[in-house]
Design a protein around this ligand. Structure first.
Ligand code: FO1
Length: 311
């Protein structure tokens, strides 16, 4: 992949796996990671960006590999003291992780853009690929549920452990949010655009809702390839399959490929999935389950080699 610019759109844990695979095989100047902000929220006065932090911690090697998020070996003294005061403790804030939120919040208060602050965190952690939040504007995913009505994303995902029945999703603020200049430039200069095996509805769609991303992606005459988050009618992690059932969709990789529609012209399904054909979308079946770091690099390599073989 000499001098090919690769852009990958990612959510949290699933996205971080492919981002790490790509980071292992590409020169850092050729990789740009664009991350969802729909999961971001304010908690105890702190601006928390779980997806960006998951990418930062994964690429820097700090991540807690069991959870896939947070800092390995982190303590929770602060959270325990908050519990003493009767404060909310459903969101597990590690002590070292809190430093990230404090730094980010302070820099935002000083007037820095989220893009700038994220770059500062990346540099400090030794992450040398570009990592851009999709927008500097406010955009929040709201999950409407049968049991509790509208839930802020982290309340749905963490507090209620994604158990409530989803009725619809709302991407609040997406109508007025705009992709950052950095994101637009990265997509304009990309030779390959990838969509990581992140949750299509919770992680990727919030990004596609932000103008002018969807149109900009469609306008780029380059390979635009999504990787399936569904393996054998199940999500690798998280609520993707459950949400598909609640939206009355068939739980399959084909449903995901059709959901992305003309945003993509290529799709990586898994070897265990039922083969399918979608017009205008080249498809390859690979082993997409990334368990080890070597698996992540191998999948990234296979995807890029396949793309290079397109005529
Ligand atoms: N996920 C959980 O399931 N429980 C938690 O307590 C939790 C805390 C947490 C703290 C910092 C952070 O960056 C991420 C954290 N996550 C937690 C993960 C995260 O909120 C979700 O996995 C994503 O938002 C979904 O992509």
């Amino acid at each position: 992949m000499p001098n090919q610019n690769v852009v990958v759109l990612v959510g949290g844990v699933g996205g971080a796996k492919l981002a790490l695979g790509l980071a292992q095989i590409l020169p850092p100047q050729n990789l740009t990671v664009i991350v969802n902000v729909g999961d971001d929220f304010w908690h105890y006065g702190l601006k928390i960006c779980p997806d960006a932090d998951t990418i930062l911690y994964t690429l820097s090697g700090l991540v807690d590999k069991n959870n896939g998020w947070g800092v390995s070996g982190d303590t929770v003294n602060t959270l325990e003291q908050l519990r003493v005061y009767g404060g909310d403790s459903w969101f597990r804030l590690g002590d070292r992780d809190i430093a990230t939120h404090l730094y980010r919040t302070e820099r935002l208060r000083q007037g820095a853009r989220l893009t700038q602050v994220t770059a500062e965190l990346a540099t400090a952690l030794g992450v040398n690929v570009r990592l851009f939040p999709v927008t500097d504007d406010r955009m929040e995913t709201i999950v409407h549920t049968q049991e509790h009505g509208a839930l802020a994303f982290q309340e749905y995902f963490v507090k209620h452990r994604w158990q409530p029945t989803l009725t619809r999703l709302e991407y609040a603020g997406s109508e007025s949010a705009r992709a950052s200049a950095e994101v637009i430039e990265a997509i304009e200069q990309a030779d390959v655009i990838l969509i990581a095996p992140s949750n299509p509805y919770l992680s990727v769609e919030p990004m596609l809702r932000i103008a002018p991303l969807r149109e900009l992606l469609i306008s780029r005459a380059v390979p635009r390839v999504a990787v399936t988050p569904i393996i054998g009618a199940q999500a690798v992690k998280g609520p993707a399959a459950k949400i598909m059932r609640e939206l009355n969709l068939e739980v399959s990789a084909e449903t995901v490929a059709r959901f992305y529609g003309n945003v993509i012209n290529g799709f990586v399904t898994d070897t265990v999935n039922t083969p399918f054909v979608v017009d205008g979308v080249r498809t390859i079946a690979l082993n997409t389950l990334m368990q080890t770091d070597a698996d992540k690099a191998a999948l990234a390599n296979q995807i890029l080699h396949w793309i290079m073989s397109w005529d």
